[in-house]
Design a protein around this ligand. Sequence first.
Ligand code: NAP
Length: 480
Amino acid sequence: MSIPCDILVFGGTGDLALRKLLPALYQLYRQNRLHNAVRIIALARQPLSRRDYLKRVERHGRAQIAPADFDDELWRRFCARLDYFAMDAAQGADFVRLARYLGEPGGLTRIFYLATAPSLFASIAGHLRLAGLADPEARIVLEKPIGHSLASAQAINHAIGAVFEESQVFRIDHYLGKETVQNLMALRFANALLEPVWRNAQVDHVQISVCETLGVENRGAYYDRAGATRDMLQNHLLQLLCLVAMEPPAQFEAEAVRDEKVKILRALRPLGDQDVQDQTVRGQYSAGRIGGQEVPAYYFEKDVDHDSDTETFVAVQAHIENWRWAGVPFYLRTGKRMARRSSQIVIQFKPVPHALFASEQVNQLLIRLQPEERISLRMMTKRPGKGMHLAPVDLDLNLAQAFGHTRRWDAYERLLLDILEGDSTLFMRRDEVEAAWAWIDPILKGWEAHFQAPRPYPAGSNGPEQANSLLANQGRQWHD
Ligand code: NAP
C-alpha cells in the first residue's frame, strides 16, 4: 500500500494522462496498492465540469483496460478519488487558487506529475514554490523529453533544481518500466554464465532497434519539432544502451545503478563533423503500404509542415570508449512507418576462432521487448541426418510459460508505484539526461551545418538504404 498522497496530473486532458496514467492508477487501485487517502487531481486549461471529465476518463479507461480488469463498481470507487481542476499552468494566480483548493497537506505527500510539454516545466516548478506547494516532502515527475538540446535540458534541470532536491525529482523514461528491460538487468547480473562473454573479446557488435509501424497519429505538431532523434534516440535507445553496457553496480539501488549508467553515457565517443556524415543516417518516410493499407508520406500527416525536413528515422553507429567495449560497434536504429513493429536488442557474438564446419557459426542473444517479450540465445546445432550440416536453433526463455498467467504490468503502473514508494532506481538522474544530450547535440548540429536532408524511405520498408550500408560496409546486417 502506498503513502497517503495527492497526485496532481498536469496535462490531465492529454493523451498521456487519459491513455496511460489514469488507467495505470486504476490498475494500482484495483490491486489495492493505493492508500485510502489518495486523491488524484487532473489539471488542464479546458473548463470542464468534474462530471464531463469523468466521462472522458471512463471512455478512455474502457478502451485501454482489459475487459476482465474493468470492474464497474471498482471503477466507480476509483472515480470517487478523482477530481478535475481547470487552470492555466502558466498563470501564477491559478496556483494560488490551486493551493486554496488543496488546503493544508495534513500529512499528505504531494506528487506533481508534469504530463505537459517540457516548455511548461520550469514555470510550473517556479509557481509551485511561490504558491507554497513545493514542500520538502513533495515529489515532481517529469515526462520525457527533458528539453530539445543540452542547453534547454540544463535550463529545465536548473529551474527544477532551484525548487526541488534531486531526490524529489523523478524523470520518467517509460522504457525502464518494461518488464523485459528490467529482465535485462536480471539476465546480466544474476547469471554468472554471461559475464565472461559480455565484453569486446567475445562480442562482435550490438544492435538496438525500435521500429514502429505507426506514423505520428495525433502528435504531428509535437513530432515535427522533435523528430526521431529527440523523441526516441536521446532517451529510450540510449537508456537501453546503458543497461546493456553498464558495469555491474555494487548494489541494486538508485545511486549505484545510475552512477554506472552515467559512466557509459560519458564514455560514448563524441561524433565529430565527419563522423556525423559517416556514422549516422537520417530518414523520412514517403508514401507506401503497411499491412495492405496505403499510408501517406510524412509531410502529408496532420499538423506536419508540407516541406518538413524532420527525421522519422535515425540510425547511428556508436562506440563506448572503455576497457569492456573498446572496438565494439553499437548500432542504434529507430523509425516510424517501418515494415514491422519490433523493439529488440541483439548481442552478436564473434564466430568461433577456428571454423570446423562449412556454415557460418555465430551465437546471438536476442532480447525482444515488442511485439512479444522474449529472450533467446541462438546456438548452432547439427541438423538430424547424415553429414555435419549445422543450423541455428534458439534456446528460449519462455517467460509466459514460466510465470503462467501472472498479469503483465504496464510500464506506467510499475513506475507510478515506484514514485509512490520513493524508489528512483528506474528514473533518470539530472547528470544522465545531460550526458545523453551532450552526445546527441553534435549529431543534430552536424546535420544542420551540412544541411543534411533526411533520406526518403517508403513507408512499410526497413528504412533508407543508407542504413543498411552503414552495417553492410562492415560486413554486417540488421537483424530484421
Ligand atoms: P497532449 O495530448 O498535447 O496533452 C497536453 C496536455 O497539457 C493537455 O492536457 C493540455 O490541456 C495541457 N496543457 C497545455 N498547456 C497547458 C497550460 N498552459 N496549462 C495547463 N495545462 C496545459 O500531450 P501528451 O501526448 O499527453 O504528452 C504530454 C507530454 O508527455 C509531452 O511532452 C509528450 O512528449 C510526453 N509524452 C507523451 C507520451 C504519450 O504517449 N502521449 C509518451 C511519453 C511522453 P489544455 O489544452 O486543456 O490546457
